[in-house]
Design a protein around this ligand. Structure first.
Ligand SMILES: *Cc1c(COP(=O)(O)O)cnc(C)c1O
Length: 384
């Protein structure tokens, strides 16, 4: 049997163990330490490139934790409404429920597959007319592809609503020369096992001021008051990144640029393969303002040209060849968990869900893997 080709699996650079060994030598097997500080500095330096203002990064236990703390920093509490792109991973949305707030789901547009600024504005107007102004917007750079940064920012500014930018899948992607992760009032990164770089599990919050970073760390370490004993005045969390995980992160950030280059090559590989297959569109960013890390290369199938073949059939066929692929994220407003919440849209995210598939895009993919994928795709679509 052929080896399994994964959608996106961890890809170590080689120096990670050095930083982990250091943590062992220091006996800092702890949720703080030199690796945590250094990893935060690495991320700050990386995101700062080409900018005048410094941003501040706090390393956390997951991207989900970053989004949760982001909502808390934005003052979201019980009963508040939060606008969020429906086409996303569940981790973008669940923190809204953790905060006791109400998600209002917004459809995607077809240029980036991310939050539609036009529908976003319609939704804001409608919520205001119903007597409640939404308190935050969660916008997501899905599959590594930047959302319409300027348009979404314009809408947010027009109504004075802050943006929580979910950049979990988009480290290294950029828009008009600035990295994703700097466009939100607050932004979140993830280093889960399948992301472009991983710390096994982990995440980070990106904020504008040192004060907000300090506040994040305070909240992420059980919100302990300044007293000799354990005294607490507000609810805290146990959300800090482990010094071991951060060691992996330090090694991984050294290979981030390389991983991006490889994933972009894989994207080009798929564009070439599918140039022969009329029924399939490979999603690419709309113009030069957008730069994607192509964390995953995604396709949509045109049913008028595919003779009834569906992404699900392709997924099952690839699976039978030991190749993993994955449906698009099922829209949040179609999830049993979220059915009862308001949704604004024109069924774009539903259509994307039915027609889309994510293809194996891991930076550790070999030339042989690519060959196998190509043969399988050609077989499925009856080419040659
Ligand atoms: C992975 C992911 C997250 C959450 O990150 P975790 O580190 O897994 O908690 C959030 N949003 C999106 C879009 C993601 O893909």
């Amino acid at each position: 049997m052929n080896n399994k080709i994964w959608l996106s699996s961890p890809h170590m650079g080689g120096t990670e163990m050095k930083y982990i060994d250091q943590a062992f030598e220091d006996n800092l097997i702890t949720p703080f330490g030199n690796n945590v500080n250094a990893f935060e500095n690495n991320l700050e330096d990386y995101l700062f490139k080409g900018r005048d203002e410094r941003i501040h990064v706090a390393a956390l236990s997951s991207g989900t934790a970053a989004i949760h703390l982001g909502l808390i920093l934005l003052g979201i509490s019980k009963g508040d409404e939060v606008l969020i792109q429906s086409h996303t991973h569940i981790a973008s949305a669940n923190p809204i429920l953790y905060a006791g707030a109400i998600p209002i789901f917004i459809d995607s547009e077809l240029d980036t597959f991310n939050i539609c600024p036009v529908i976003l504005e319609e939704a804001i107007k409608d919520r205001i007319s119903k007597g409640k102004k939404p308190k935050a917007i969660i916008a997501v750079h899905l599959y590594g592809n930047p959302y319409k940064v300027d348009e979404v920012r314009d809408v947010a500014n027009r109504y004075g609503i802050p943006i929580l930018e979910d950049s979990a899948e988009a480290l290294g992607s950029s828009y008009k020369g600035r990295y994703c992760g700097v466009f939100g009032d607050i932004s979140a990164l993830s280093f889960n096992g399948n992301k472009i770089i991983t710390t096994s599990g982990g995440g980070a919050i990106i904020v504008r001021t040192k004060e907000l970073k300090d506040r994040t760390i305070f909240l992420a370490t059980q919100a302990r008051d300044n007293a000799p004993y354990y005294q607490h005045s507000v609810v805290g969390y146990n959300y800090r990144m482990s010094n071991i995980s951060a060691g992996i992160g330090r090694g991984q950030i050294e290979v981030l640029e390389k991983h991006i280059a490889i994933r972009r090559d894989i994207h080009e590989f798929y564009r070439t393969v599918f140039s022969e297959i009329d029924a399939v569109n490979v999603f690419s960013v709309p113009d030069d303002n957008y730069f994607s890390n192509y964390w995953l290369t995604i396709i949509t199938i045109d049913f008028d040209k595919s003779m009834g073949r569906t992404p699900e059939e392709l997924r099952v066929f690839l699976e039978s060849n030991n190749i993993e692929s994955r449906p698009f994220w099922k829209p949040m407003h179609l999830q049993p968990l979220y059915e009862e919440f308001p949704y604004y849209g024109e069924k774009i995210s539903e259509k994307l869900f039915l027609s889309g598939l994510c293809l194996p895009s891991g930076s550790n993919m070999t030339e042989d893997d690519k060959k196998r994928i190509k043969i399988s795709l050609y077989k499925f679509f009856n080419i040659r």
